[in-house]
Write a protein that binds this ligand. Structure first.
Ligand code: PRP
Ligand code: ZN
Length: 309
């Protein structure tokens, strides 16, 4: 944690005039600016939270619920959980992994910020397998994760630790390969590098210290988790409505195996049924055409507004 941030977070902790353990408001650390910041806020807003922002845009005071946000660098989030300044953090699994994954609890994988930590080599180099990394210099900002992975692969290589701009190290002659985050792959391509092997799969997670919150904050965590589960399910769910003759139902239900307990309602006056099914994942044109061929008609796909289990 930087000194400026430590001073600022201490000031915030002091301004509440209570020790972290005695706080009754919940505090969540999220990335201030970067790949995870917008989707982190969007998730929490979809979970019904809203805030008043401080002038320095570091602290957001929760209005709808007593849940405040601290906007920080992602690498500072594990430390903020350790020190008790924050109760929860939205952070990439890669950041936790580098500092020792088991020191925190991963409460939920959040389904955004997907990326992988991968070894990349110059585009012109031939890749056979990981054994060719033996004796190479590999530049990375993730020395701990890389060291563990190399040990598991029984590979002895030199790790060159860099805090940023890892992708330019091979071009500067500082390294033979790199191990860095790859999301779209654009950064590697722009530096004439190609990913060759994945070291860690990552996405944004909701992390917490090993000791769970109790009392009022514990209840807020339970409420928040329930809402986040609803948001995640809602985002991947669609409601399918259609009609079909009784004879077509067995085949239709077979095609809807991934749907949660489809409901069937007999229509008055003929042997038709109205079908309603909550589906996860893809309900694109191809799938609808398949259902139509199986005898469904009047097909409709509706987005879900909100879900509570
Ligand atoms: C990562 C990584 C690359 C870039 C890759 O940094 O270090 O620079 O993203 O993304 P791409 O494959 O879409 O080009 P990030 O922005 O996550 O910041 P940080 O690692 O410094 O926190
Ligand atoms: Zn970072």
């Amino acid at each position: 944690m930087s000194d400026a941030l430590r001073r600022r977070t201490e000031a915030i902790a002091m301004s509440t005039l209570v020790a972290p353990a005695a706080r009754d408001r919940l505090r969540i650390a999220i990335q201030k600016s970067g790949r995870l910041s917008d989707p982190s806020r969007a998730l929490l807003m979809a979970a019904g939270l809203s805030w008043r922002e401080s002038r320095d845009r570091l602290f957001c005071f929760g209005e709808t619920l007593p849940i405040d946000l601290l906007l920080v660098r992602d690498d500072d989030i594990p430390g903020l959980l350790d020190s008790g300044v924050c109760d929860l953090g939205v952070v990439g699994r890669n950041v936790l992994a580098e500092k020792g994954l088991t020191r925190w609890r991963e409460l939920r994988a959040l389904g955004f910020g997907g990326c992988r930590l991968a070894v990349a080599i110059p585009e012109g180099d031939v890749w056979r397998d990981a054994t060719q990394l033996r004796g190479m210099r590999i530049a990375t900002s993730y020395p701990a994760v890389l060291r563990t992975w190399l040990r598991d692969q029984d590979i002895d290589a030199d790790i060159v630790v860099l805090s940023g701009s890892v992708e330019i190290a091979p071009g500067l002659g500082q390294a033979d390969a790199i191990c860095d985050l790859v999301s779209t792959g654009a950064t590697l391509a722009a530096n004439q590098l190609k990913p060759v092997v994945t070291v860690l799969q990552s996405e944004a997670v909701l992390a917490a210290p090993r000791t769970a919150c109790t009392g009022a904050r514990g209840e807020l965590v339970t409420t928040l988790l329930q809402r986040i589960d609803g948001v995640i399910r809602q985002r991947e769910s669609r409601l399918l409505l259609c009609r079909a003759k009784a004879a077509a139902l067995p085949e239709l239900l077979r095609l809807l195996v991934d749907a949660e307990s489809p409901s069937l309602m007999r229509l008055d006056g003929d042997d038709g049924f109205a079908v309603q099914a909550l589906c996860r994942g893809d309900l694109g044109w191809q799938r609808l055409e398949e259902l139509k061929r199986a005898g469904a008609h009047g097909l409709m796909v509706l987005p879900i507004e909100r879900m509570l289990a």
